[in-house]
Write a protein that binds this ligand. Structure first.
Ligand SMILES: [Zn+2]
Length: 120
């Protein structure tokens, strides 16, 4: 690990001319990217999120036939075409009205509500 970092450091020292210019620009952009990511994380952490309405955005997978091995393929592990059934998945999205942070989840719990049923 440390060895790789040392080698990267070395190659930077070796670059001159155009290569050196590009490497310096890459380093500046990398630093800028790191600062921006930090700023975004700070925003997410410090905002007192006020969530807007939860939107349901389900998605589907499957509904196609996986081709399997081409005809003429030899061997005992030959795989035939397999139909992958269409499946619907639940997904929800909410967005903070203050900072715009958008969260996506596929996790859910089942709400159980108790209804009073009179007994005579
Ligand atoms: Zn927020």
């Amino acid at each position: 690990m440390a060895h790789n970092a040392d080698m990267e450091e070395d190659s930077r020292l070796l670059h001159t001319g155009k290569a050196g210019d590009i490497q310096r620009e890459i380093d500046q952009l990398a630093a800028q990217l790191s600062r921006k990511k930090g700023a975004l994380e700070d925003l997410f952490r410090t905002c007192e999120h006020q969530w807007g309405e939860i939107r349901s955005v389900p998605y589907e997978t499957g509904g196609y036939t996986a081709p399997g091995d081409p005809p003429g393929t030899m061997g005992v592990d030959w795989r035939p075409p397999v139909y992958v059934p269409r499946q619907s998945h639940s997904r929800w999205v909410r967005t903070c009205q203050v900072c715009g942070y958008t969260q996506v989840t596929q996790r859910s719990t089942t709400a159980v509500t108790e209804t009073k049923v009179p007994q005579f």
